[in-house]
Design a protein around this ligand. Structure first.
Ligand SMILES: [Zn+2]
Length: 477
């Protein structure tokens, strides 16, 4: 079991269930903020006493929260007895039994991850944009969401189940019960029934005025028949270059010049969606702020954006699936090339973001099939190089659709770039022996989601004894 996949459905809760979902999302936000408050208080203390411990690991924060929720600070009532003596009764967090305790723990764990991300970004262990210190989640501004682990009972029954009580379109959550979903769940039910997948956790979130559920599952490797035949190290054939086009989404070609696939820019609903998006945005701008109609227009535009994003994502999945099914060795260009083109048009920026997401899909889907995706050196001039004679033409501009070389070779611009990408690995034969970090290296494994297999198996709360089982690295602050 090594693949992690996510199944997402739109929930259709009853009115009573919606109330429960809102309560759980509120509890998650509360626990995150409370955990962050523990850290902030400890940091203030540490200014006075440099030895003062700062709780920040997953277990530190879970234990801190579990201890805190029963204290006077979390809740108390004044009780007056018959003789008129007032006593303070410590109740702890009064509403804590109205939600699953796991919700608190997962939120505390999220706070810990946010702190770790900040710390790693600060010390340079984490690449990419700088990550700031976590901030408190505010009610209106953050997406309401919560997460529940699926726990296997001794009887073998998981706490998160799909299609219980002969209701195929439903997901059963611990403490909440069976919630109806709008989509067909057959694919997931089949995997679960055959024991080829198991649900790790369920994340429920409220976006575009709807409740969604994402079920993260761990599933077994693809059937050998669906995997690529392993190649010998000496084999340097079979590379396919994929270039994103200016007018098409992507073009794939082999090193000997054959174009093997071409994908149009976007599915038709997307083009139609653009004009509808403009129409909805205009309609919104005409509404008076704070009015009911303004609110409705915001909702409509939000739903539209969501739909367009869904179509685009679906399309990217389809293209990536087609490519990894037919080719075991794929070369794509370095994503940073995009930034170097210096084109600041919005459309281009969107397409860049889409391409980065596409490269990620391609990489993990290919890893499932035992194939390879490599990223060509970012200095490799794939679009300016002549794939026939190797001359680099500096004169090529973005507007040129056709590549023309002095040697007489001419080809579609994207086709020529794809051939060049396919030629890259054979031109850089040592890539597999000494993977150049800049070149991406070869992909051999699916990366396990960090922490996904570290959920404690006990039902309910984490016992204090479990604290300290993780290595406590110092938090860089
Ligand atoms: Zn040439």
């Amino acid at each position: 079991m090594s693949r992690h996949t996510t199944f997402r459905y739109c929930l259709d809760p009853t009115v009573e269930q919606s109330v429960v979902l809102v309560r759980h999302a509120g509890a998650a936000r509360f626990a995150f903020n409370q955990s962050l408050a523990f850290v902030k208080t400890a940091l203030t203390q540490r200014k006075i006493d440099p030895e003062y411990p700062v709780p920040w690991t997953r277990f530190d924060l879970i234990n801190a929260f579990n201890a805190w929720k029963k204290t006077e600070a979390a809740g108390r009532v004044f009780a007056v007895d018959a003789s008129g003596i007032t006593e303070i009764e410590v109740t702890g967090l009064a509403w804590r039994n109205q939600v699953r305790q796991q919700v608190f723990e997962e939120a505390a764990a999220d706070c810990s991850s946010a702190l770790a991300a900040f710390s790693e970004s600060r010390t340079g262990k984490r690449a990419g944009t700088r990550i700031g210190f976590p901030r408190f989640k505010s009610k209106g501004k953050t997406v309401p969401s919560f997460r529940l682990r699926s726990i296997q009972a001794k009887t073998g029954r998981a706490s998160v189940r799909v299609g219980d009580h002969d209701t195929a379109r439903s997901v059963t959550l611990p403490g909440i019960g069976a919630v109806r979903v709008r989509e067909d769940t057959r694919r997931l039910r089949r995997l679960l029934a055959k024991g080829r997948a198991k649900i790790l956790y369920a994340t429920v979130s409220y976006r575009s005025r709807r409740w969604w559920i994402s079920l993260t599952t761990e599933s077994s490797d693809l059937h050998p028949a669906h995997r690529h035949q392993p190649r010998k190290d000496s084999d340097c054939q079979g590379w396919v270059g994929i270039d994103r086009g200016l007018t098409v989404f992507a073009v794939a070609a082999t090193a000997d010049g054959a174009e093997v696939a071409r994908f149009d820019t976007a599915p038709k609903p997307l083009a139609a969606g653009l004009s509808r998006g403009r129409h909805l945005a205009k309609s919104l701008s005409r509404k008076q702020k704070g009015s009911h109609n303004h609110h409705l227009a915001v909702v409509r535009l939000g739903r539209h954006h969501r739909r367009v994003a869904d179509i685009r994502r679906h399309f990217a999945h389809q293209v990536a699936n087609t490519l990894v099914k037919t080719h075991d060795r794929i070369v794509i260009e370095d994503l940073n090339v995009a930034g170097m083109l210096g084109n600041h048009r919005l459309a281009r920026a969107i397409s860049d973001a889409g391409w980065a997401g596409f490269a990620r899909l391609l990489t993990y889907k290919q890893a499932w099939r035992g194939g390879t995706v490599i990223i060509a050196d970012r200095w490799y001039p794939s679009s300016k190089r002549c794939s026939a004679c190797g001359t680099i033409s500096a004169a090529l501009s973005l507007a040129d659709r056709v590549f023309l070389c002095e040697c007489g070779f001419s080809a579609d611009r994207d086709h020529n770039a794809a051939i060049n990408l396919a030629m890259w690995p054979t031109m850089h034969q040592n890539f597999s022996r000494s993977p150049d970090p800049r070149a991406g290296g070869r992909v051999t494994k699916v990366r396990r989601r960090e922490g996904a297999d570290r959920h404690p198996l006990g039902v309910g709360e984490t016992v204090p004894g479990e604290a300290g089982t993780e290595i406590h690295a110092a938090l860089a602050l």
